[in-house]
Design a protein around this ligand. Structure first.
Ligand SMILES: *[C@@H]1O[C@H](CO)[C@@H](O)[C@H](O)[C@H]1NC(C)=O
Ligand SMILES: *[C@@H]1O[C@H](CO)[C@@H](O)[C@H](O)[C@H]1NC(C)=O
Ligand SMILES: *[C@@H]1O[C@H](CO)[C@@H](O)[C@H](O)[C@H]1NC(C)=O
Length: 304
């Protein structure tokens, strides 16, 4: 009897361990170098798992990057988008108030022909329509920054859709972040930083099992609504596949370690309960700085 109870206790203990999701709470203790890092979970039909690994800047009040895993689940669209822009409840983490729109200054309005910057999602709402809970959490301000409306609703939106569907039958890490400089049209009318660009990097294993990393840059300089040559150029530059090194080269050297933290954060927190074994290691993603011509070609023709 004693042995039996001991065995039950061990089994229960194992089950308990399996059930407790390892999370990184948002707190000043989990912040360093001016960045808060934390995880955010969501419910889904396969259970609760961490959907985001967030790196949020304190002084600029905007995210630096948000990391996620994309696979078949992100391509299941069981609920529709319901806007719910709001601040995330985290002591000490100052955010832009994204519950109201990011109004442009009068000068920006007359230049662009628009009245507000978009509340651009780092990870699009559409990639998180596998549950109401997940979709709702894409509207927290840590996933939002002021974005050029024409780019957001144009080429960046196309890119997001293509990246998402690429991972219907594959699995990849997707990091989306913003540049560490300010756009020439920064700040917004209420003083919020407008980053110089958005960037996105994916890391996955190809059919041969080799790790590939591909990135893109969404220029965030305000476009003029009725300028077709500018629109064409924005499309071209957004769709251009870039290596991880190209993306890193846009950033101050003291920000480069944050890429490594993002890959490691993804590996540490986003895999549990995800039933996904096709991803490269964090180290493989971090080390893969270049891109072959074949991979460049594949993505150029897939997106463009
Ligand atoms: C998911 O996050 C919520 C909000 O932070 C928390 O209350 C809940 O315990 C978490 N769920 C799991 C399974 O960890
Ligand atoms: C957050 O905002 C408050 C109020 O504006 C300010 O007093 C505080 O210093 C800010 N915190 C940081 C870390 O910047
Ligand atoms: C962004 O676009 C503007 C024109 O809208 C252009 O002047 C600028 O050079 C571009 N920046 C980069 C980094 O490509």
């Amino acid at each position: 009897m004693g042995k039996f109870l001991a065995a039950v206790a061990v089994i229960c203990g194992m089950v308990m361990m399996g059930q407790s999701l390892v999370e990184l709470p948002c707190s000043v203790e989990n912040s360093k170098d001016g960045i808060y890092t934390f995880t955010v979970n969501s419910t889904s039909r396969i259970g609760t798992f961490n959907m985001f690994f967030v790196q949020h800047e304190i002084t600029r009040l905007i995210p630096w990057a948000v990391t996620a895993v994309y696979n078949y689940l992100n391509n299941e669209h069981d609920v529709s988008r319901v806007d719910n822009f709001r601040e995330y409840d985290c002591p000490g983490l100052n955010q832009t108030s994204c519950s109201t729109s990011y109004r442009m200054t009068p000068d920006h309005q007359s230049y662009s022909g628009k009245t507000s910057f978009d509340r651009g999602h780092l990870h699009p709402s559409h990639a998180f329509t596998y549950s109401r809970n997940a979709n709702d959490k894409t509207f927290y301000c840590f996933n939002i920054a002021p974005q050029d409306p024409s780019t957001n609703q144009g080429p960046w939106n196309v890119l997001e859709g293509k990246v998402l569907s690429y991972f219907t039958n594959r699995a990849g890490y997707v990091i989306t972040g913003v540049g560490d400089q300010e756009a020439i049209f920064s700040p917004t009318n209420t003083g919020y930083t407008v980053p110089n660009h958005y960037w996105k990097i994916v890391c996955y294993k190809d059919a041969q099992g080799a790790t590939q990393v591909v990135g893109w840059i969404g220029n965030n300089t305000l476009s003029q609504a009725n300028n077709p040559s500018e629109a064409d150029e924005r499309k071209r530059s957004t769709y251009l596949p870039r290596s991880q090194q190209d993306i890193m080269n846009t950033m101050n050297i003291n920000k480069i370690h944050l890429f490594q933290e993002a890959w490691v954060g993804g590996e540490t927190y986003l895999l549990e309960d995800r039933l996904e074994d096709r991803l490269p290691t964090a180290d493989e993603c971090w080390m893969k700085r270049d891109m072959s011509d074949a991979v460049r070609q594949e993505w150029a023709s897939y997106i463009g």
